[in-house]
Ligand binder design. Structure first.
Ligand SMILES: *[C@@H]1O[C@H](CO)[C@@H](O)[C@H](O)[C@H]1NC(C)=O
Length: 473
């Protein structure tokens, strides 16, 4: 049949098809990338199929002659690594290098992705071995992979973590997303205050130890943050990883940021602050690094990205109350005195004062309020995670109440990593970086008898707001 000469009808049909294609290729409709203002389209990814005029073979493979191209490590700190050409075969990750002395120890890049438990034995049990990750020479790689590997294109994020810390707004947004973005933006030092970057968005996020319903949090914030910051990112889960494993064929990531909580915990900046997003802060970066994400999230909530900026607008003070939560609450009389003191500030100085209960607000309301907030305060807890959406300015401040002598770095570190100022309070006593106490979960930390001295808090608020005049001069 295929060897028979074409019939007249087939020829006419082919001619019509040809004309149609020619017409379509002259169509000047704006490309998809024109509607993505924050991200400049990349040099890495090929153009969308709709823009390619010449019919061609769909490229799925990276083929090579004698041996595969080496893996290039672009950025690395414990737990966070950017690779170009990272290979995977049968579930094992391969770094191909002719000079293994230039490759970080595998324990700082990857782990067995087991649940985090305390102690040396648990720590050792999480260390990777040759069944997880290997560093091999191009020669070994040629033997193992053959003549080519299938390409996983664009930029990917591979999260080699168990579900343990995924389904929680703080751990998702202020650790995983925060650390990923801080690592990735080490490749762009020119991010502007309005969040413009040359980096292409991540195309996919792979969770190789998570089954597919286990990344959302009880407050549904994770979805919001993901879909607003990377609207077209797709997700893969352990079943998808297993597909490739079972096929027994090599794949190669064009560019991948590998996140590994257990490996991050081996870093100095983890030991110092107990934050897995701590180590990437040692990478080169730029003070506006978070703004592409922050602005996209805030704009998705319906506000302009520059809301909250500047130092001359009416200050917005937001107290996030936990008094109805049932755990980690202020003494009722101290809460009442704080509310009175804040309302006096509003009446006497014209400041905007918001006293809110996070769990009674919708996601949009929480993000919109945080985006406008100059000074956020509250008892240590998840409600403070929305400090991520504040606009860093010389006035921006987070004030966190602890039971006296108790302290944890969660919000302190996050505030500082964004370029804002944090004050911790023990009743009337306050502290700020670099004079910080050591982390301590004292008795009473989780209780409902946390004291706070409203006058001391107001004094710090006034001191922070008076900075605006100094800055303007
Ligand atoms: C950022 O990009 C937008 C367009 O997407 C442009 O209007 C704006 O001027 C850019 N800002 C800077 C500082 O270059």
């Amino acid at each position: 049949m295929s060897s028979a000469p074409p019939t007249r009808r087939e020829l006419i049909f082919a001619a019509i098809l040809f004309l149609l294609c020619a017409l379509l290729s002259h169509n000047n409709a704006p490309s998809i990338s024109d509607s993505l203002p924050k991200f400049v389209t990349d040099t890495i990814a090929s153009p969308p199929a709709s823009q390619v005029h010449n019919p061609h073979k769909v490229e799925t493979r990276l083929s090579w002659g004698a041996s595969p191209p080496e893996t290039n490590i672009l950025s690395h700190v414990p737990g966070w690594t950017i690779f170009d050409k990272l290979y995977i075969l049968k579930g094992i990750v391969y770094v191909v290098s002719d000079d293994p002395s230039n490759v970080p120890d595998i324990r700082f890049m990857y782990s067995k992705a087991l649940n985090i438990a305390e102690g040396k034995e648990a720590e050792d049990s999480r260390l990777p071995d040759a069944s997880d990750i290997q560093v091999i020479s191009p020669k070994q790689a040629a033997k193992l992979f053959g003549t080519g590997a299938h390409v996983i294109d664009g930029v990917s994020l591979l999260v080699n973590d168990p579900p343990q810390f995924i389904t929680h707004y703080y751990h998702w947004s202020a650790e995983l997303w925060f650390g990923f973005w801080r690592t990735y933006t080490s490749l762009d030092h020119g991010i502007s205050a309005d969040g413009n970057t040359t980096l292409p968005p991540a195309r996919r996020i792979l969770f190789n130890h998570l089954d597919n319903s286990r990344w959302r949090d009880y407050a549904s914030m994770n979805e919001w943050v993901l879909r607003s910051s990377f609207p077209s990112a797709i997700m893969e889960f352990s079943r998808d990883w297993d597909d490739r494993t079972e096929m027994g064929r090599p794949f190669v990531f064009e560019r991948v940021v590998v996140a590994d909580r257990s490996a991050a915990m081996l870093g100095y900046n983890y030991a110092r602050y107990q934050r897995t997003a701590g180590p990437p802060n040692a990478l080169p970066g730029n003070m506006n690094w978070w703004q592409p994400i922050r602005n996209n999230v805030v704009e998705f909530a319906g506000l302009s990205g520059d809301v909250g900026g500047g130092t001359t607008s009416t200050p917005v003070i937001t107290y996030i109350s936990r008094q109805e939560w049932g755990r980690r609450m202020l003494r009722p009389q101290d809460h009442a005195r704080l509310v009175d003191a804040l309302e006096r500030l509003r009446d006497e100085h014209g400041y905007e004062v918001n006293i809110v209960t996070a769990e009674k607000m919708s996601r949009v309301e929480q993000i919109r309020l945080a985006a406008r907030t100059t000074i956020m305060m509250g008892v240590h807890g998840n409600g403070l995670t929305s400090l991520l959406w504040m606009k860093p300015t010389p006035r921006s401040t987070v004030i966190e109440f602890f039971y006296p002598l108790g302290f944890a770095h969660d919000y302190e570190y996050t505030t500082r990593a964004l370029g804002m100022v944090h004050y911790g309070f023990w009743d009337a006593e306050s502290f700020t970086s670099p004079n910080l106490p050591l982390p301590r979960y004292v008795e009473g930390f989780q209780g409902n008898d946390i004291p706070i001295d409203a006058d001391a808090v107001v004094a710090v608020v006034m001191q922070r707001l008076s900075l605006s005049e100094e800055v303007d001069d």
